[in-house]
Structure formats: structure tokens, C-alpha cells
Design a binder for this molecule. Structure first.
Ligand code: UDP
Length: 236
């Protein structure tokens, strides 16, 4: 496999790991994701991962106004840590060495986040899973994915979604919706397209981090996106 990328960060939602019903862990699907990641690392691409936590808990949405918001958000960040542990296990089963780095102390299951150590792991061929988002409430794992991608100087952020790219309107509601092959960040913001949340989009735009949005339904799309194939949508 040929790739134009040396180092990439793959962001998946927690729901993706939950498979069809979006809850808990779908081991079969997660295993297929890990096989695709293995093929990327075998091709010499350095892979970091950020995973969400929505298959267990979403701070604002699930905690709502019935909890202190920051606590609800910490629960969300802990949910990302559970997914990270499941992923490290699945990666190991797929024959890939992987480590977790967490944004706050979880020393029994993760190393503390350290940018330089993460880069050393990546250069040694290990997958680095960044757990607990940014470590701060009121953020999302999309923002954390952009932050970590910038930290490690990734060439691209791969965003695996439940739709196969960015559309001019919601393709499930509007049959005339057209898919973009390439689109500028400023246009994504102007049209209010839901690639990532606005804070994450803004941060990626300001720092010239390219984004490749694609459908994760077929985990082999990770390979296609990593190879720079024209699937999904490129945001630049
Ligand atoms: N979260 C947070 N700060 C972060 C990342 C995540 O507070 O930097 C919390 C937030 O409550 C969020 C939850 O963790 O709702 C799970 O993350 P997210 O909703 O992004 O997961 P996904 O939808 O990608 O599965």
C-alpha cells in the first residue's frame, strides 16, 4: 500500500465502536477497524487514535441539567478511557502494539499524556491512543482530536463517520443533497456543515490541518483514506 501520509490521527466516535446499536463494544466491528489500522502501520504509516465516548455517555446530552455540567463531562471523558482500553486490547489481538496516553491520571491503565513520548512511540511503530479527550470539560473529542493531531504534527486528521462524507444538506432528509469531494474550512463554517463542531473546525482551519471525512461502515475505508484515495470529503 502506498501512502502520501507519514503520520495520521484517526478519530472515531464512541458510537462507531458500539456497532449497529451504538452501545457498548461491538467486538467484531472493532476487530475489523484494528485490522485496517494494522495494515496502515505495516505500510509504515504512524497512526494515533482518538475515540469518543458516546456509546456509554455524553456529558451535556445525558447529564443535561440534572448534574453539574463539568461532572457530566468528566463522565464522558472516562467513557473515552473505557473505549481506549477496549481498543488497546483489540489492537493487540490484531497484532499491533499500542499504548494509551490519558489527559489526566489513570495510571493503572494509561501513561500520562506526553507529546514527545507519544512521538517516540509512533516512530517505533506503536499506535498511540489518546484517552480522556482534552482533559477539560466543555470540550468534545473532536476538539481533542484536532489538538492531539497538532501536538504530534500529524499530516492529516481522518474522521470516520456514519455518513460517507460531507453533503450540502442532510442526505437522509434531502434527496437533492450533493456530496463535496473537496471543500475549504471557511466554506464548511459558512454553510454550517456538521463535519466537526465549530470549535474543532476553527482550530483545524487556523492551523492548516487537513481533514478527511469518510464512512466508517466499511473499516477498509481507513486504508483507502490513509492511502489518500478519493473517497469521502477532504476539508482543507
Ligand atoms: N468530553 C469533554 N472534554 C473533552 C472530550 C470529551 O468534556 O475534551 C466529554 C463530553 O461530555 C462529551 C463526552 O466526553 O460529550 C464524550 O465525548 P464525545 O461526545 O465527543 O464522544 P463521541 O460523540 O465522539 O462518541
Amino acid at each position: 500500500m502506498e501512502s502520501k501520509y507519514r503520520r495520521l490521527l484517526l478519530k472515531m466516535s464512541g458510537e462507531a465502536l458500539g456497532g449497529k446499536d451504538g452501545r457498548g463494544i461491538d467486538f467484531d466491528f472493532t476487530g475489523r477497524v484494528c485490522q485496517a489500522v494494522r495494515r496502515c502501520t505495516e505500510a509504515g504509516i504512524q497512526v494515533a487514535v482518538v475515540v469518543g465516548g458516546g456509546n456509554y455517555w455524553r456529558g451535556g446530552k445525558d447529564g443535561g441539567d440534572r448534574m453539574v455540567r463539568a461532572r457530566a463531562d468528566y463522565m464522558g471523558m472516562l467513557a473515552t478511557a473505557m473505549n481506549s482500553v477496549a481498543l488497546v486490547d483489540a489492537l493487540e489481538k490484531a497484532g499491533v502494539e499500542a499504548v494509551i496516553q490519558a489527559s489526566f491520571g489513570l495510571e493503572r491503565v494509561a501513561e500520562p499524556f506526553n507529546r514527545d513520548a507519544a512521538v517516540r512511540h509512533l516512530k517505533a511503530g506503536r499506535v498511540v491512543i489518546f484517552a480522556c479527550g482534552s482533559g477539560e470539560p466543555y470540550f468534545t473529542t473532536d476538539t481533542a482530536a484536532v489538538l492531539r493531531a497538532l501536538d504530534i504534527e500529524a499530516d492529516v486528521l481522518l474522521l470516520g463517520k456514519n455518513v460517507d462524507g460531507l453533503y450540502s444538506a442532510d442526505p437522509r432528509l434531502d434527496p437533492s443533497a450533493a456530496k463535496f469531494d473537496r471543500i475549504e474550512y471557511s466554506e464548511v463554517l459558512r454553510r454550517d456543515l456538521k463535519a466537526m463542531d465549530a470549535a474543532a473546525t476553527q482550530l483545524a482551519m487556523e492551523n492548516h490541518l487537513p481533514l478527511h471525512v469518510f464512512g466508517l461502515e466499511d473499516p477498509e475505508n481507513i486504508l483507502r483514506a490513509a492511502a489518500g484515495e478519493g473517497i469521502g470529503t477532504i476539508v482543507y
